[in-house]
Write a protein that binds this ligand. Structure first.
Ligand SMILES: O=C(O)CCC(=O)C(=O)O
Ligand SMILES: [Fe+2]
Length: 351
């Protein structure tokens, strides 16, 4: 059972930039002695303050691998989910015209992306990403590519607003997780010192809309989305309407329904963040059964440090930052992708 956390205090902090998250919650950095030290009284009336929120968020990411976020204030999420039915109802020829390219951008038909041991997922998807520097080389170049847009009024501007909004949100959230985990606020900074991003570009945000059409169950081999962990730092999932469907595996191996109130966002720790955190955080296995009562639409965002950023795990011993452990975001993600997916499903595909 994932915890439900109200992110309103993060929004207050976000208005002043990520630095405020660090400032507000720094008191928590030194462990128990910091309890209450970061609280700024912004909350009141039972709302957690930034310091307590940082600790609650980090505890949920450590024990469960994620949580259900309410009060996130992301306007583009609902707007994009409202556009999803019209997108997937487009003429097949229009969807074919924007068929997914080597960088994973565009339309992916149902039945792609089989995970080992499972039949192909029934979901279809549309994906666009934040622009990346044009000079990415080697594995990192897989993250570069052009977005392909459907001929649908208002779609592209709404998507681009969503990408920008989720990029800001993810940075604030990662700072909060870092502080709550007893690390510096910049420990998971996807655009700053933690990722050496000055020289390697901006964070990579992948934004996807999914449609899960009703389909025949074939006895458990076939899923809307088969069991997996996300490769990257964070996965963020919202549903329309909130009919449920996402299931998460707890630390004892039990699959549990994730209950989402309308407008909620499920925050999922990915493999990269679990590794980067030095094992402080748990990557959350999750899956989507075939929807029982009609079509299901979701929005999923995947957040990563810049593809060429050289990352080192924040180890729990004194070897923090050992060069032998360093790997770029792109290589980390590609290794997982190459291991887990069919050859034509590699690139910046997050899961
Ligand atoms: O659509 C969902 O509910 C989850 C999708 C998901 O887990 C993924 O695309 O990685
Ligand atoms: Fe996922």
């Amino acid at each position: 059972m994932l915890a439900q956390l109200d992110l309103a205090p993060l929004r207050d902090a976000g208005a002043g930039g990520s630095g405020d998250v660090a400032g507000g919650a720094d008191g928590g950095d030194d462990g128990a002695g910091g309890a209450g030290g970061g609280d700024d009284g912004a909350g009141g009336g039972g709302t957690a303050t930034r310091g307590t929120l940082a600790r609650d968020v980090a505890a949920a990411c450590r024990d469960d691998g994620g949580f259900v976020a309410v009060g996130h204030g992301l306007g583009a999420v609902g707007e994009l989910l409202d556009l999803a039915p019209a997108l997937f109802a487009l003429d097949p020829a229009q969807l074919d015209a924007i068929r997914v390219n080597a960088a994973g951008r565009g339309y992916t038909p149902p039945g792609s992306g089989a995970k080992p041991g499972f039949a192909p997922d029934v979901k279809e998807a549309f994906q666009a990403n934040t622009p990346q520097p044009p000079d990415l080389r080697g594995t990192a170049a897989r993250f570069d590519g052009v977005n392909q847009w459907p001929a649908l009024d208002g779609f592209r501007p709404a998507f681009e607003r969503g990408l920008a909004e989720l990029e800001r949100f993810a940075r604030d959230l990662l700072a909060l997780v870092a502080v709550g985990s007893g690390l510096g606020a910049g420990a998971f900074d996807t655009g700053g010192a933690g990722a050496r991003a000055g020289s390697v570009g901006r964070p990579a945000v992948t934004l996807r809309l999914h449609h899960y059409p009703p389909a025949d169950d074939d006895g458990g081999r076939r899923f809307g989305a088969a069991p997996h962990t996300d490769y990257g730092a964070l996965g963020l999932v919202a549903e329309r309407p909130a009919v449920g469907g996402l299931e998460a595996q707890d630390a004892h191996g039990r699959w549990r329904r994730v209950d989402t109130p309308p407008g909620a966002l499920v925050v999922i720790v990915g493999d990269l963040l679990a590794w980067w955190s030095g094992g402080r955080l748990r990557a959350l296995p999750h899956r989507v059964p075939i929807p029982a009562g009609g079509s299901r639409y979701t929005l999923a965002a995947f957040v990563n440090p810049p593809p060429a950023a050289l990352l080192r795990p924040h180890r729990t011993d004194d070897r923090d930052g050992a060069d032998s452990d360093a790997v770029t975001t792109a290589d980390f993600v590609a290794r997982l992708a190459d291991r887990r997916t069919t050859a034509d499903d590699v690139s910046a595909q997050p899961s």
